[in-house]
Design a protein around this ligand. Structure first.
Ligand code: IGP
Length: 834
């Protein structure tokens, strides 16, 4: 040990040679074939010093290269073999089953007296690992002969500086919350030559069967930053010694274990920072990833956490489930071969391994890289993206797993984290997503109700409230309700529960009841249920009087916002019509509001248009007001979208009227177009609308052209309008093809319109990112931007971020984004992950 202390204070190469610890004597003796016989005599007492001293002397080299005497050479081999036997004995006491040397004699490549050995149990490897080690032993001996240690040491100076392997793994885990990836990658293959020119690997691990410290030096000269040491092969003293050498050379060590015994041995060694658990039994090559879990259970896991050791899960990891499994077991990094190496595109390999999560985490990673310089704000941004994502919703699986992770962290992060959890849940409930998960979550919460009391119940209520805002998808809400407690029963039974509580919670609870119903009607839900509820309420009308009826009306109004089953509504309206005579003007007014609201949603345009026709018949008697109403309905319809055919035919009608109605009519035309551009979202219909009108794309652009013709007379305002329409179109999203071709046109004009035009371009892109649209286009655009990054610098990058932020608003579908990111990043992902 003293020798090791001195190692630190003197130049690495020299000190190493001057005073190595005793174990290294064994190691170096094992493979050193050029020692004079005289020095062997001192081996057992103080062999280390003498051997080292000679290793560093050049004059030894001649002996190595050309043995003067065959007998001496043979004698040396015998000695080496004896030492190997000694090594086997030491190893066996530590439960190491791998024999470093064939116990009954040197293996067959030895020359001289051993040449004719017959194959026997004693010189036949017992398993694959043993066979590899025996081969490795010989291979290293030969390599050392060609390049003795002192020469390697000279080469150390020209090796690239070491990179912080452990630091990179820790940072990766912190950044992403996912295990850092140690990927097996290749710059070139012997058969196919250079595979990747721009190969700039992260810190490098030398994944080799190390049997001799010489290999460590060799690896460093080749640029290694970390060394794999296999506990199934190396006795404790070797591991300790090699760790010291690695430290001296600035290398990290990953000590690999396969079973409990090896784990316990390694946990007893000082200075171990990384332990790899190999799921592949190197004796049989069978893979079982539960090995990782087994070795991290109980006290062992405890000890690892206390020592702050990073555990690397190794082998047999292919899917996000596998990664999640080992991460759950306590792994903070993974060593992956097959599933990466088989992929031509490393980005795809990573995505296959880490799943959809990869894009977000890779995004977060980018941001994390910047965290040091951007500090807290960036982290905040991180949170926003998560929150926004939860609005969209998308892949609930990911989010729920995130929530689970967060739950694990709850103890350490306390209330804030929990708060965030709640927000995400609330937001999730806005979107909707995977109802199964949410409903099961709600059920869990119900179980917890007793223990968490009122707050939890409140949260429950909020989620229901939000759920009722969000959905839109009637099928899921109704199926959700059905899943929970069977058809309709659940919500109404909830309402009943609440009713029971009414006595104690009084008016507030009842109010809440009402809000839920109101909100439900926003979303839309199962009209059947709602209408049956309304009927129930109708029965109660006599006793609850006017208020109930008012409520009834509100629900109807709200229903009309959503849209629902127009058939039912229209039949309801008919009922009301029968009542018109008795209720007079108010009822009629109500009728109108419902129609207006319906037009917001959209519904069955056919019915609406037929209604409009009815109204048209009445035009003569109701005069201008009615006509005005007509216009409003049309305007509102354009918000929603509805039956394009009808609208377009209406526009045509209006066109006929242009001559007589003059400018106002034309203005209306414009408003409708503006509103249309707000509303749609459904690319198909807009494009089909455009197509219907004048064939593919032509119509809108020709309209724009018309407007352009008018520019001279209407001047700047018209042009402004033009821009608004484009901007609004970009909100919805529309036919990206068209937009992009338009952008191209604009680009041509860039020279003459200068910066403003370019700004507009940016807005359109930002807005497009709200909707989402054609990812292919966006991603290709982002790529273009990436190319431009060098010249446009930080602003462009910022824009990139905004687009991503906005995208996170829009999407919901994480799958596409992740594929986008994957496309974008490809190979560079791998660097970020390491
Ligand atoms: O290809 P896989 O199953 O992803 O495994 C990679 C890596 O863990 C494996 O190559 C490995 C880890 N430690 C080793 C030691 C020797 C040989 C191989 C290994």
């Amino acid at each position: 040990m003293e020798g090791l202390v001195s190692l630190k204070t003197t130049p690495p190469g020299l000190s190493f040679q001057a005073s190595p610890p005793p174990t290294s004597a064994i190691k170096f003796l094992l493979v050193r074939r050029s020692l004079p016989a005289s020095s062997m005599g001192t081996r057992r007492r103080n062999g280390v010093v003498s051997i080292r001293a000679q290793q560093s002397e050049t004059k030894d080299e001649s002996a190595t290269v050309s043995p003067a005497n065959g007998d001496v050479e043979t004698a040396l081999k015998v000695k080496e073999w004896e030492v190997g036997m000694f090594h086997n004995e030491v190893a066996a006491t530590q439960g190491i089953r791998i024999r470093r040397r064939p116990p009954t004699g040197p293996p067959q490549h030895y020359v001289g007296p051993f040449e004719f050995r017959i194959q026997s149990e004693g010189n036949t490897p017992r398993n694959i690992l043993e066979e590899i080690i025996w081969h490795k032993d010989v291979e290293v001996a030969q390599l050392k002969e060609r390049r003795p240690l002192f020469r390697l040491k000279n080469a150390l100076d020209s090796a690239p500086p070491t990179k912080d392997f452990v630091g990179a793994l820790r940072a990766a885990y912190q950044r992403t919350g996912l295990p850092g990836l140690i990927a097996e990658v290749k710059k070139a293959s012997p058969s196919r030559g250079i595979l990747r020119e721009d190969f700039d690997p992260c810190p490098l691990l030398c994944k080799e069967f190390i049997v001799d410290a010489w290999q460590i030096y060799y690896a460093r000269t080749k640029g290694a930053d970390a060394i794999l040491l296999i506990a199934a092969v190396l006795p404790d003293l070797d591991i300790k010694y090699m760790i010291k050498i690695c430290k001296m050379l600035g290398l990290a060590t990953l000590v690999e274990v396969h079973n409990e015994r090896e784990m316990d041995r390694v946990l007893g060694i000082e200075g171990v920072e990384l332990i790899g658990i190999n799921n592949r039994n190197l004796e049989t090559f069978e893979v079982d990833i539960s090995n990782t879990k087994k070795l991290l259970e109980g006290e062992r896991g405890q000890k690892i956490r206390e020592k702050d050791i990073i555990v690397v899960g190794e082998s047999g990891l292919f899917t996000p489930d596998d990664i999640a499994y080992v991460q759950e077991a306590g792994v903070k990094a993974v060593l992956v071969g097959e599933s990466m190496v088989k992929q031509s595109d490393p980005g795809k390999g990573i995505a296959g391994l880490f799943g959809n999560v990869v894009w977000l985490s890779s995004l977060l990673m980018d941001m994390t890289y910047e965290r040091s310089s951007h500090g807290y704000e960036r982290w905040e941004l991180n949170q926003s993206i998560l929150l926004n994502l939860s609005y969209g919703l998308g892949n609930v699986v990911w989010l729920s797993s995130l929530l689970m992770d967060m739950t694990y962290e709850r103890s350490s992060h306390g209330y804030e984290r929990w708060e965030l959890n709640q927000s995400i849940l609330l937001n999730l409930s806005y979107g909707l997503g995977n109802v199964v998960w949410l409903s099961s979550f709600l059920m869990d919460m119900t179980y917890e109700r007793s223990s968490h009391g009122y707050e939890r119940w409140e949260l429950n209520q909020s989620i229901l409230l939000n759920l009722s805002y969000g959905l839109g998808n009637v099928v899921w809400l109704s199926s959700f309700l059905m899943d929970m407690r069977g058809n309709v029963v659940w919500l109404s039974s909830l309402l009943m529960d609440m009713t029971y509580e009414r006595s104690s919670h009084g008016y507030e609870r009842w109010e809440l009841n009402q809000s839920i119903l109101l909100n439900l009607s926003y979303g839309l839900g199962n009209v059947v249920w709602l209408s049956s509820f309304l009927m129930d309420m109708t029965y109660e009308r006599s006793s609850h009087g006017y208020e109930r009826r008012e409520l009834n009306q509100s629900i109807l109004l709200n229903l009309s916002y959503g849209l629902g089953n127009v058939v039912w509504l229209s039949s309801f309206l008919m009922d009301m019509t029968y009542e018109r005579s008795s209720h007079g003007y108010e009822r009629w007014e109500l009728n109108q509001s419902i129609l207006l609201n319906l037009s917001y949603g959209l519904g069955n345009v056919v019915w609406l248009s037929s209604f409009l026709m009815d109204m048209t018949y009445e035009r003569s008697s109701h005069g201008y007001e009615r006509w005005e109403l007509n216009q409003s309905i049309l305007l509102n319809l354009s918000y929603g979208l509805g039956n394009v055919v009808w609208l377009s035919s209406f526009l045509m009608d209006m066109t006929y009227e242009r001559s007589s109605h003059g400018y106002e009519r034309w203005e209306l035309n414009q408003s409708i177009l503006l509103n249309l551009s707000y509303g749609l979202g459904n690319v198909v219909w807009l494009s089909s609308f455009l197509m219907d009108m004048r064939g593919n794309v032509v119509w809108l652009s020709s309209l724009l052209m018309d407007m352009t013709y008018e520019r001279s007379s209407h001047g700047y305002e018209r042009w402004e309008l033009n821009q608004s329409i484009l901007l609004n179109l970009s909100y919805g999203l529309g036919n990206v093809v068209w937009l992009s071709s338009f952008l191209m046109d604009m680009t041509y004009e860039r020279s003459s319109h200068g910066y403003e035009r370019w700004e507009l371009n940016q807005s359109i892109l930002l807005n497009l990112s709200y909707g989402l649209g054609n990812v292919v286009w966006l991603s290709s655009f982002l790529m273009d931007m990436t190319y431009e990054r060098s010249s446009h610098g930080y602003e462009r990058w910022e824009l990139n971020q905004s687009i991503l932020l906005n995208l996170s608003y829009g999407i919901g579908n994480i799958v596409w984004l992740s594929s986008l990111l994957m496309d974008m990043r490809g190979g560079s992902l791998i660097n970020q992950f390491c």
